[in-house]
Design a protein around this ligand. Structure first.
Ligand code: UDX
Length: 433
């Protein structure tokens, strides 16, 4: 089938390349000429494990190309909308300018046989509004939310937990069944529903995941007040199959381009719909999450005996999570910048995200290796739990430090190993660890 994919960020670039794997012919559209040029040459403009190989296979097949010209989407049977929906600068609501821009750009190429399929995370009601807008072209609209995680994008696209089709017509369901035929044949569960439910599945899933993380971080606060150990508490909770162990890792909390802005946009939309009380609890989820960042800053200053001024702080990790170079709303960089603002010299290392971090926070110092970041530091902060760090021998790093104190803000290090190597070890939610 001929497909177009509008927007070639984490979602769109992955979706475009993976649709070629499913046997389709795909044109990827983006307004960013540099991104289009990179992808056309087989270069993924961000770090996503495994995507480079899938992209190259797609280009080699002759069934994948990228362009800035919306005219080249003409004649595609399905157009996938994969643009970003960041938080607005002036409010917690979603900024739909990229969605609206993409639909406007497609209007001249849509024909009566085309299906416009939204994958972007949007406020409920957006699909219906887009359907009204494209009605004069005769094209139809469907909503097919995407649940991929950065760092696992290819696997999540080719082996998803479920597919959700929000459609108004059985014919549109049939088209989507054809697009995803190999996944459906492999047994991927499918839910067919209306527009509103399809849009809500995505934001509700992200609200639930955020809630699970903030729940365990709230328990970490209670552990800190009582001498309990959040790591053991979390392990015990996770053994109850009704609760499950996933997304119960306590620490610095969630960041990234999705969870923080999605819960805020969901609250804003609920307010517009007159059901703000139903989502009031998400305000607490957001607050608990942000409090973990401040608590980490406070722990660092405490370790420096009350003042960060002119002290050197080593930071391991800048990305919002491991296996990603994404620094959007990164808890690690939030903490690093706060300590810099408190007067410290902050030296940051990350295996993949240094360039993005430097572009955002040029005032921080950056080191090429984890060891170099630690050299001469008064305290070491582990803020993103890359395997590169958890595998380091603490005995090798200790002689580099001015004071061997580590704050493990992700509960990722082996406490026994670090302590027996001579470190003072502190962590979030583990006062007695
Ligand atoms: C998320 C959703 O998981 C995905 O389904 C959706 O499509 C997009 O948003 P992503 O933003 O890639 O994906 O990251 P995710 O793996 O969910 O992690 C989000 C944040 O939560 C990270 O900052 C991570 O460090 C943090 N996290 C995750 C925790 O603090 N504790 C946990 O137990 C799990």
């Amino acid at each position: 089938m001929r497909l177009s994919v509008v927007g070639t960020g984490y979602l769109g670039a992955t979706h475009a390349a993976c649709m070629v794997e499913l046997g389709h012919e795909v044109v990827g559209l983006d307004t960013d000429a540099a991104k289009v040029a990179a992808l056309s040459q087989g270069r993924v403009p961000f770090w996503e494990p495994g995507l480079d190989a899938v992209l190259q296979r797609g280009l080699d097949s002759g069934r994948l190309r990228f362009t800035t010209d919306p005219g080249e989407a003409m004649g595609a049977r399905v157009h996938f909308l994969c643009v970003g929906t960041p938080q607005r600068a002036d409010s917690p609501a979603a900024d739909l300018s990229q969605v609206n821009g993409a639909v406007d750009a497609l209007l001249p190429v849509l024909d009566a046989g085309a299906l416009l399929v939204g994958k972007s995370t949007v406020p409920v009601g957006t699909a219906a509004a887009i359907a009204d807008k494209v009605r004069p072209t005769g094209a139809r609209v469907a909503w097919n939310p995407e649940f991929l995680r950065e760092g696992h994008a290819v696997e999540d696209t080719l082996r998803p937990d479920r597919l959700v089709f929000g459609v108004r017509d059985p014919g549109d369901e049939a088209v989507l069944r054809e697009v995803y035929a190999p996944l459906l044949d492999a047994g991927t569960p499918l839910l067919v529903t209306d527009f509103a439910t399809a849009e809500l599945v995505k934001v509700a899933a992200n609200a639930f995941l955020a809630t699970k993380i903030s729940f365990i971080n709230a328990m970490a606060e209670v552990c800190e007040a009582t001498g309990g150990d959040i790591v053991t508490l979390s392990a015990a909770l996770g053994m109850d199959p009704r609760i499950g162990p996933q997304f119960l890792r306590a620490g610095l909390g969630f960041g990234g381009g999705c969870l923080p802005k999605d819960i805020r946009a969901f609250m804003a939309r609920a307010g517009e719909l007159g059901v703000d009380e139903a989502l009031m609890f998400l305000r607490d989820i957001d607050d608990i999450n942000i409090r973990r960042r401040q608590h980490t800053v406070d722990l660092a200053i405490e370790a420096l005996h009350g003042s960060a001024t002119k002290r050197t702080i080593a930071v391991w990790g800048a990305a919002f999570k491991p296996d990603s170079d994404d620094v959007r709303d990164s808890p690690a960089l939030h903490v690093a910048r706060a300590l810099h603002d408190a007067g410290a010299r902050v030296v940051v290392h990350d295996p993949r995200a240094i360039d993005n971090a430097r572009a955002l926070f040029p005032d921080l110092e950056y080191a090429d290796t984890a060891e170099e970041a630690a050299r001469g530091a008064d305290v070491l902060l582990l803020l993103t739990e890359w395997r590169d760090y958890t595998g380091i021998d603490p005995a090798d790093v200790l002689p580099l430090m001015t004071t061997p104190t580590v704050i493990d803000a992700r509960n990722a290090l082996d406490v026994g190993r670090w302590r027996s190597a001579g470190w003072t070890y502190r962590a979030l939610g583990r006062p007695t660890a």
